[in-house]
Design a binder for this molecule. Structure first.
Ligand code: FAD
Length: 377
């Protein structure tokens, strides 16, 4: 079958790989003019994504992640409150993204082309691109993220929901500090919590994928409850005055937001974490939203990754869920040949929607246990 994929991030690339693997003719259209390099933060590479990378690209965990040794919680003075052994495979969004890009033949993806609409007919689906061009396919896979335009067309009345808290995030080179300054953070997953906010930091690979001491980077995340929606919109306005739906990418915070972040850090964080924030050249901002598409398929359209359902970051499963969606979709489309394509997609969609149920419950529960988010989630 000919399959068009809208969106060339983790979900889009994963599905291009799995569907290509079983012989379908796939093509990805990504609206960004260039590959998305350098834009993401740290990610925990969970079992399913790791298995996916091992099977498709022969990557192994030690090639792409910096494991932690201890999970530590510190107080405002930097003293250790609790400490327990925990081996978490932290990598970076970039490393996972680059691994997936390296596996996909280059002629299978077009950059700078946005999917703007589609029309279904008896024998297939016609997909419209932003420059007036259109392409025919048997299936459209919508991997266009939390603000999915495809989902909006299918379900115009559906809206994702603000979870009541935001995340300030950043990445800073390990080499920006003397070894003594960051000794306590290396090898550890370090957290600081106070009512209404939680800060965490851990090491991830360097931008070139390097795992060597001194060439790695610290990733930090600072979740903060945000009851003031006007303040959130202010932080979602970039350095050019454009308002965004859910996030501001690295390097595009307004000067006012950046100054407010530094001022908040000075007032509320232990000194080591203040240093991480201050040394970060391009912090970024994300509002935490919950999204669950009313259905993961309609006719010949399948929604995957964040377009189908966005889970809370505490479950550390956004990329793994995207890989699971892609594997399950390929499994469905390699069997069930006695069914019509719409039926196959409907069966796949129902089973994936059920499968994510556990994560949808676990995310808000974890957030609540950290004192994050609105209580009605
Ligand atoms: C730049 C970036 C950085 C990220 N960093 C992290 C991170 O550090 N940690 C973490 O846990 N998660 C991160 N995420 C989210 C994480 O990648 C996702 O939860 C998960 O990987 C599933 O993503 P996705 O591919 O479904 O959606 P997304 O990653 O949101 O990708 C959607 C893609 O679709 C493209 N697109 C949107 N609309 C259209 C359209 N109409 N036509 C064509 N293309 C379109 C977008 O440009 C984007 O590339 C990041 C996402 C992005 C885009």
């Amino acid at each position: 079958m000919k399959i068009v994929i809208a969106g060339g991030s983790i979900a889009g690339l994963s599905s291009a790989l799995t569907l290509g693997c079983i012989g379908h003719d796939v093509h990805v259209y990504e609206r960004s003019d260039v590959p998305l390099r350098g834009k993401g933060g740290g990610v925990a590479v969970l079992r399913h994504m790791m298995k996916f990378l091992e099977q498709h690209g022969h990557y192994t965990q030690h090639m792409i992640s910096v494991p932690t040794i201890m999970r530590r919680r510190i107080d405002i003075n930097g003293d250790v409150l609790t400490e327990e052994p925990e081996k978490l495979p932290f990598s970076s969004w970039d490393t996972v993204y680059r691994s997936l890009c390296a596996m996909l033949p280059k002629d299978r993806i077009s950059y700078g082309q946005e999917v703007v609409g589609f029309t279904e007919h008896d024998k297939g689906i016609e997909i419209d691109l932003d420059r007036g061009e259109s392409v025919s396919a048997d299936i459209l896979v919508a991997a266009d993220g939390i603000g999915s335009r495809t989902r909006a067309k299918l379900f115009p009345n559906y809206e994702s929901r603000f979870a009541g808290y935001v995340a300030w995030r950043g990445i800073v080179d390990e080499s920006a500090f003397s070894p003594q300054e960051v000794e306590a953070l290396v090898n550890n997953f370090t957290m600081f919590r106070d009512p209404g906010h939680m800060f965490m930091a851990f090491l991830i690979p360097g931008l070139d994928g390097s795992l060597a001491p001194g060439r790695r980077r610290f990733n930090w995340l600072w979740y903060r409850n945000e009851a003031d929606v006007a303040a959130m919109h202010r932080h979602l306005t970039d350095d050019h005055g454009h308002q965004h739906h859910a996030s501001i990418s690295p390097g595009h915070l307004s000067t006012e937001s950046f100054e407010e972040l530094c001022e908040l850090a000075t007032r509320h964080l232990p000194v080591t974490f203040q240093q991480l924030v201050r040394e970060t050249r391009a912090p970024f901002f994300q509002s935490i939203f919950d999204a669950l598409s009313p259905s993961f398929s309609v006719g010949r359209v399948a929604l995957i990754g964040d377009a189908a359902c966005t889970v809370r970051p505490h479950t550390a499963s956004g990329t793994s869920k995207a890989a699971d969606d892609a594997v399950a979709l390929a499994e469905a489309l390699s069997s069930n040949t006695e069914f019509h394509v719409e039926q196959v997609l409907a069966l796949w969609a129902a089973s994936r929607r059920e499968a994510v149920g556990r994560l949808l419950v676990k995310g808000p529960e974890l957030a609540a246990s950290f004192g994050l988010g609105s209580t009605d989630t």
